[in-house]
Design a protein around this ligand. Sequence first.
Ligand code: SF4
Length: 93
Amino acid sequence: MTVRTADIWQRHAACRGPESVLFFAPTLPEARPEREEREARAKAICRGCRVQLDCLDYAVGIREPHGIWGGLNETERRLLWDPEGVSEELAQA
Ligand code: SF4
């Protein structure tokens, strides 16, 4: 049997439980102030998480397109692997 690294670190994730809803956008539209508040609360949990670096490494490695992982949102993570792509998107927004 193979135990993947992700299976191990995820057991220690501080975001497990009811607050996990903070880490992903709701299905209904979310105004910018609400999104910023939700993300700030999620990132505060990440700062106290003992597996933050494992989580960030995993999310960047699979290019996870949604949510807060390792203390960064999707745009912030994308800067790590595609800085020019994000710059172009922001310039067009
Ligand atoms: S760093 Fe954040 S998103 Fe990753 S496992 Fe920890 S609390 Fe969850």
